[in-house]
Design a protein around this ligand. Structure first.
Ligand code: TK8
Length: 337
């Protein structure tokens, strides 16, 4: 994996050098006209987010008559969320879409989305993210040399583990859990009584397989696509948090685009988000069915059981308020809600 990653970066570098030589050479005029958008992301190609990027590519290439092209590097070929965000900040990569939780390490306003049970359902999530709260949040990325273009769906997260059916926080006692690289998630699972450890998504399958950790949490689609269910018998439909993939582009790249090209990028981003959400919603239902068929034991929580989790997680909102600004937190959980 490391070698492959180095190789891909190597090829990219050679490519950049050639692109530079080309633009300074005889074909300067022609080469300068072609613009390549390089996208890296962290999930398998079967996943809705990848399909969203494919849609993005189609729209960009059709609308620009091939003058802009998109190359997608899926499945962590170029690294995990953290490395991909850094690469886009530095301009080594044009775009990526990390889960919102690792993005909070760069822009602390994003911690607001780590408040447990923040959105009551999908419609609520879309309304908040596409409306003023979500758009104001995207604008805060500006300081970090990123421009946020929209929110793909990752989904409502569910807990999986290899030890026992988890029905209440008491069942989590001592359970070793992987969390995303985010201190609020770490604190949340500690508050619930588990023994959490942060880890990049790319290391997770091996960690589960080698029993470095007993469990993890992710939406059904990813649990199935990453084959976690093959080594994790028990799944609890906790739906404790909604994760979105934040579509980001290098700010300088975006600002330097002609008005016409920028409008095409905006249009393609919107089309990709709409398309991706449809697929993600459908895949969530299909994946749950596939997990049942595979023989995973799925625990549904009743209201009383879910409330036990909710109550233990109440202090987490206070932790978020120490990290994100009051203005942003109010937009998401203020009196208007
Ligand atoms: C993929 C990750 C993943 C996320 C996680 O790059 O880390 O658990 O849910 O989707 O962003």
């Amino acid at each position: 994996m490391k070698n492959l990653k180095n190789m891909v970066w190597g090829i990219l570098c050679v490519f950049v050098v050639f692109a530079f030589l080309a633009t300074t050479g005889v074909d300067a005029a022609l080469a300068a006209k072609k613009l390549e958008i390089r996208v890296g992301h962290g999930v398998p190609e079967s996943n809705a987010m990848h399909q969203g990027w494919v849609k993005f590519k189609e729209v960009i290439e059709a609308e620009s008559n091939g003058k802009m092209t998109v190359k997608i590097y899926p499945n962590q070929q170029l690294g995990g969320d953290r490395e991909l965000i850094e690469a886009v900040q530095m301009g080594n990569l044009t775009m990526t879409a990390p889960s919102n939780s690792p993005l909070a390490a760069f822009d602390k306003e994003f911690f607001v989305l780590d408040i447990p049970f923040l959105f009551k359902d999908r419609a609520d999530a879309y309304q908040m993210l596409d409306g003023n709260p979500g758009q104001t949040l995207l604008a805060t990325l500006d300081k970090f040399n990123l421009k946020g273009l929209g929110y793909f769906e990752n989904g409502f997260r569910n807990l999986t583990n290899s030890k026992n059916p988890v029905k209440s926080p008491a069942d989590l006692d001592g359970l070793k859990l992987r969390t995303m690289e985010n201190p609020v998630h770490l604190a949340a699972w500690k508050a619930l009584g588990a023994n959490p450890t942060p880890m990049a998504f790319g290391e997770l399958f091996t960690a589960l397989q080698q029993k470095t950790v007993d469990g993890q949490e992710n939406p059904f689609e990813l649990i199935h696509a990453a084959k976690f269910n093959e080594i994790q018998k028990y799944i609890t439909k906790t739906q404790h948090i909604y994760t979105t993939y934040v579509m980001v582009i290098n700010k300088n790249f975006y600002n330097k685009l002609s008005d016409e090209n920028r409008a095409i990028v905006d249009k393609a981003a919107k089309a990709a988000v709409d398309y991706e959400r449809e697929i993600a919603m459908k895949n969530d239902v299909d994946a749950e069915q596939k997990l049942v068929e595979f023989g995973n034991e799925i625990v549904e929580l009743n209201d009383e059981q879910r409330n036990e989790f909710k109550e233990k997680l109440l202090p987490v909102a206070d932790m978020v308020k120490e990290k994100a600004s009051a203005e942003i937190v109010d937009l998401f959980v203020g009196s208007s809600k």
